[in-house]
Design a protein around this ligand. Structure first.
Ligand code: SAH
Length: 238
């Protein structure tokens, strides 16, 4: 992944099929490092390799450690995950959503560790407390517990979306939007009824600053705005 390095950390994994699926996801979403903390299912198991399919090389790359501390050492931000989120006073279980994490938090860090728990009991409170924050995938409140590999897939997908956003087109810089606005402002002053001037100006600003137009589009709009302004000035002279 670009910019932010991803370390996927699975604590005490029990199922070989889940392990295989997770290795496949790690390859699908190109995680940089794959850590297993005291795994009960082993990367060498034929079942895991079968379910990993073309991601089996991630099983070979897996680093096995005994404790979560070893897996999160040196990481910029460690994020535990859980289906259970907390009551008011239970700060250890105060969570951010997977999307908020991926879009607003993860890109600010050079490396993140994503920590997932055991199929049977998840992560212990002690383990949750070791992470810098808690990430939750919102789901049916009556049954929010996802299969481990599905939870890994959703979070890696969200991160992939936010960290690899294809820059399809360049956005006009703020300065260019300001130039367009400044050319159109006197046009509004001249044409629009007084009581509506401030509303129309606000609408124009919102339109420009929400638009995400390209520099090419912005320069053509600037050209049009300049022409309009000149026409208005000519009319006012006559
Ligand atoms: N019975 C366990 C279930 C663990 S599910 C429990 O009650 O905690 C296995 C792992 O999948 C969890 O430790 C967590 O890492 C992940 N997971 C499952 N559902 C999730 C959700 N809604 N949000 C975030 N992580 C989830």
């Amino acid at each position: 992944m670009q910019g932010t390095r991803i370390r996927l950390i699975i604590v005490g994994i029990e199922g070989e099929i889940n392990l295989g699926f997770i290795a496949r996801l790690a390859a699908n979403f190109r995680v940089d490092e794959f850590y297993l903390v005291s795994p009960r299912a082993l990367p060498s198991s034929p079942e895991a390799r079968r379910f990993a399919a073309n991601g089996a090389y991630m099983l070979d790359k897996a680093i096995i450690v005994n404790e979560l501390d070893e897996a999160i050492k040196g990481i910029g931000l460690s994020a535990c995950t859980s289906a259970k989120i907390g009551q008011k006073g239970d700060v250890v279980r105060h969570a951010v959503s997977a999307r908020e994490f991926a879009e607003q938090i993860a890109p600010r860090y050079s490396s993140i560790g994503l920590v997932f728990g055991r199929e049977s009991v998840g992560l212990t409170r002690e383990e949750l407390a070791k992470c810098d924050l808690l990430v939750h995938i919102p789901a049916n409140p009556d049954y929010p517990v996802l299969n481990l590999s599905h939870a890994v897939g959703i979070i890696l997908y969200e991160l992939w979306q936010s960290l690899n956003k294809p820059q399809l087109y360049e956005k006009a810089p703020e300065k260019q939007l300001r130039y367009i606005y400044e050319k159109l402002e006197p046009v509004i002053d001249s044409l629009v009824d007084k009581e509506r001037v401030s509303q129309v100006k606000a609408a124009l600003k919102h339109l420009l600053w929400k638009s995400g137009i390209t520099p090419g589009e912005a320069s053509l709009l600037y050209y049009l705005a300049k022409k309009l302004k000149r026409v208005i000035e000519e009319c006012e002279k006559q």
